[in-house]
Design a binder for this molecule. Structure first.
Ligand code: NAI
Ligand code: MG
Length: 354
């Protein structure tokens, strides 16, 4: 099988870590019978300054018509609003209908208190439909309000994806990968005790989706989002798969990322029907760009995650194992993990293990 992968480095350290992603795909063993073709694509602030568009139409067209998946580095956003500029990854999610944001948060299994969870965040609606307005109250003071939109369709498909991810993780465990979980579990997160209609619909629909017979081996539980934050920090090891509406998912996934020590370790994927974009969770890190010290692991894990959604689980497992090998050995670590290795040295160690 030949997969065609779009490469969008973006800005800052995106330009240092995306080439590492390409290298690891090229280094996968020939026995997997997987070949890759790469297409270099533009997006980001630099692209905006050069062309007037942060996300050129050509990038979207090529991804849509020619690619099986893509890797996205990071883009810089100006701290002040710049006319005509808006985040290209947000636009890409919309234009390619990448309705799920999937973020695994995992420590090495040899850690003192290992954790291994994945947060599945709905990516198209909730408060992020950005339908806001500001108006004046009778006394002339300002009031601002925003629409929180939850649909049955979007809730159903995101919960179904969470169930499928839970099953896939179980399959990977049964193939012998070390894990702290014994059986698959999905935790539905909401605040339906207060928002009975919107979050109530999310909760009921997620329950219905996960009641399908294909998920009969998947445990389902619910957790109100505020107590979820408490438990996430007290007992993170209890979570397997968490499914949440857009806003709660956004907050929970950044919070969970803090549990594993460095942003440089945490991958994500933006997933739609038959298409996935792997994306490290970190930004363009201008403070360390150009020094060859960015941690490439978030990107390498994002490559593996993308492969999982393209049904190449064996290849993905090999990349995860090579990365874990590097972390467990603890000899060639980048500075964010307390080491002194360069980006290149970390990548080369992981390629050797692969
Ligand atoms: P950041 O994630 O770029 O950096 C936060 C801190 O973590 C910095 O000290 C940085 O050096 C460190 N860090 C991040 N990735 C690392 C890696 N791979 N290895 C080692 N250390 C790493 O977030 P920040 O500083 O808030 O934002 C910088 C720029 O990135 C801004 O323009 C922001 O808008 C953009 N950004 C873009 C995102 C994206 O494209 N998805 C996400 C977050 C921020
Ligand atoms: Mg966020």
């Amino acid at each position: 099988r030949t997969l065609r992968i779009g490469l969008i480095p973006g800005d800052g350290i995106g330009k240092e870590v995306i080439p590492a992603g390409r290298r690891i795909l090229e280094a996968l063993p020939a026995s997997l019978k997987l070949k890759f073709e790469f297409v270099d694509l533009k997006a980001g602030f630099e692209t905006f300054e050069q062309t007037g568009a942060a996300l050129p139409d050509k990038t979207v067209e090529i991804l849509k018509n020619e690619c099986d998946g893509a890797l996205f580095g990071a883009v810089s956003s100006p701290s002040k609003a710049v006319k005509g500029y808006s985040s290209p990854i947000v636009a890409l999610r919309k234009r390619l209908d990448l309705y799920a944001n999937v973020r695994p948060v995992k420590s090495v299994m040899t850690a003192k208190n290992p954790i291994d969870m994945v947060i599945v965040r709905e990516n198209t609606e909730d408060l992020y439909v950005k339908e806001e307005r500001t108006y004046e109250a009778a006394d002339g003071s300002k009031i601002a309000e925003a629409i929180k939109r939850i649909s049955e369709k979007a809730s159903f498909r995101i919960a179904t994806m969470a169930g499928e991810i839970a099953l896939r993780r179980q399959k990977i465990r049964e193939s012998g990968a070390p894990s702290i979980h014994k059986s698959p579990m999905v935790t539905i997160t909401h605040k339906s005790n207060v928002l009975s209609q919107t979050d109530g619909l999310f909760r009921a629909t997620a329950r219905e989706a996960l009641a399908a017979s294909k998920f009969s081996s998947v445990g389902v539980e619910e957790q109100i989002v505020d107590s979820m934050v408490y438990k996430l920090f007290r007992q993170p090891e209890t979570y397997d798969v968490i499914v949440a509406p857009n806003l709660y998912g956004d907050i929970l996934s950044d919070g969970a990322a803090a549990l594993v020590g460095s942003l440089g370790l945490v991958p994500s994927a933006n997933v739609g029907e038959g298409f996935a974009i792997g994306e490290p969770c970190h930004g363009s890190a201008p403070d360390i760009m150009g020094k060859n010290i960015a941690n490439p692991i978030a990107t390498l894990r994002s490559v593996a995650l993308m492969l999982e959604f393209l049904n190449e689980e064996t290849a993905a497992a090999k990349i995860y194992a090579a990365v874990d090998g590097n972390l467990e050995a603890g000899k060639l670590l980048s500075p964010d993990l307390g080491g002194t290795a360069t980006t290149t040295e970390v990548v080369e160690d992981i390629l050797r293990r692969l």
